[in-house]
Design a protein around this ligand. Structure first.
Ligand SMILES: Nc1ncnc2c1ncn2[C@@H]1O[C@H](COP(=O)(O)OP(=O)(O)OP(=O)(O)O)[C@@H](O)[C@H]1O
Length: 258
C-alpha cells in the first residue's frame, strides 16, 4: 500500500535518510523503530507529503506520488489519519468539537451526521462522558484518546502514530497501545507506529522496521526481529531490557548476550 523506494533526504550537510526501502503491509500494524534522531519522524512525514525526498520514490497503492503537487497531497491525505507527538488538541474546543473539526473541514456531512460520527468515535476510545470537557480538564491518557478519536474521525485507511505513548505512565502506555491495536484490527486499518518502546512493539506489532544510519536494516515480524543477527538490532533490543529483573527479557539477553 505505502512503498518507499531508495528514499534519500538531507538537511544541509546532515544526511538523514540514505536509501530507505520499506513496504508497509496493508491492513497490518507496522512499527518503525530506531534511536532518537535517526529519522523516524522524517520518514513518516515523507509518507504524507509533508517532506519531499531528495531522491527516491513514494508509491501509494502502486501509484507514484513523489511529485504530487500540494493540492494532490492534500486530497490524498484525506485517506490518512495522524496522531503526532505534538498532535495537540485545540485548547479552545471541547473534546467533541476537536473530533468534529476534521469533519467540518474536509467533508460535507450534515451537522447531524457529524454529531453521529463524533459519538461513534468517542465511544470507540471510551470518551463519550468527556465529550464536553476541554483538553486542559483531561489527563494525558484521555488527551491521547481524544486525539485518537480525532485521527479516526475521517475514517482513514492508513493511520500514522508518532510516539503515541510518550509521556504516559507504563499502565496507560499499555492501555493506549491496546486501544490502537484493537482499533486498527477492528477497522482493518493500515497502521504505522513510530516508537522506542521495544516491549510494546514486540507485543503489538505485526511487523517491525528497524531504522539505522538512514536505512531500514531489518524488517519482519517481531519473532524475526528478536532473532535478528544484525549488530544494531541486537544492541537496540538488548538495551531495552537492560535493568530488567533477572528472568524478565532474559530470552533476549541469552540470545544476544555477548
Ligand atoms: N525540517 C527539518 N529541518 C532540518 N532538520 C530536520 C528537520 N526535520 C528533522 N530534522 C533533523 O533530522 C534528524 C531526524 O529527526 P527525526 O525527528 O526524524 O528523528 P526521530 O528518529 O523521529 O527522533 P525521536 O525518536 O527523538 O523523535 C534530526 O537530527 C533532526 O534535527
Amino acid at each position: 500500500m505505502v512503498e518507499l523506494i531508495d528514499l534519500h533526504k538531507s538537511f544541509g550537510e546532515q544526511k538523514v535518510l540514505a536509501g530507505v526501502n520499506l513496504k508497509i503491509p496493508r491492513g497490518r500494524l507496522t512499527f518503525i523503530m530506531g534511536r532518537s534522531g535517526t529519522g523516524k519522524s522524517v520518514l513518516l512525514k515523507h509518507m504524507i507529503g509533508l517532506l519531499r525526498p531528495d531522491r527516491g520514490k513514494i508509491l501509494i497503492d502502486g501509484e507514484d506520488v513523489t511529485d504530487y503537487s500540494p493540492a494532490q497531497w492534500q486530497r490524498l491525505r484525506r485517506r490518512f489519519g495522524f496522531l503526532f507527538q505534538e498532535g495537540a488538541l485545540f485548547d479552545s474546543m471541547t473534546v467533541a468539537e476537536n473530533v468534529a473539526f476534521p469533519l467540518m473541514e474536509h467533508t460535507r456531512l450534515s451537522r447531524r451526521e457529524i454529531e453521529k460520527r463524533v459519538e461513534e468515535k468517542l465511544a470507540v476510545v471510551g470518551l463519550l462522558e468527556a465529550r464536553d470537557k476541554y483538553p486542559a480538564e483531561l489527563s494525558g491518557g484521555m488527551r491521547k484518546r481524544a486525539a485518537l478519536a480525532r485521527a479516526l474521525a475521517l475514517e482513514p485507511e492508513i493511520i500514522l502514530f508518532d510516539e503515541p505513548t510518550t509521556g504516559l505512565d507504563p499502565i496507560l502506555q499499555v492501555s493506549i497501545m491496546k486501544l490502537i491495536r484493537e482499533t486498527q484490527r477492528r477497522f482493518g486499518l493500515t497502521g504505522v507506529v513510530v516508537s522506542h518502546d521495544v516491549p510494546i512493539a514486540l507485543q503489538a506489532a505485526d511487523f517491525i522496521a528497524m531504522l539505522h544510519e538512514g536505512r531500514v536494516v531489518a524488517f519482519g515480524p517481531p519473532k524475526e526481529i528478536r532473532e535478528s543477527d544484525h549488530p544494531f538490532v541486537r544492541q537496540f533490543l538488548r538495551s531495552a531490557f537492560e535493568g530488567c529483573l533477572p528472568g524478565e527479557g532474559s530470552h533476549v539477553q541469552e540470545k544476544h548476550g555477548d
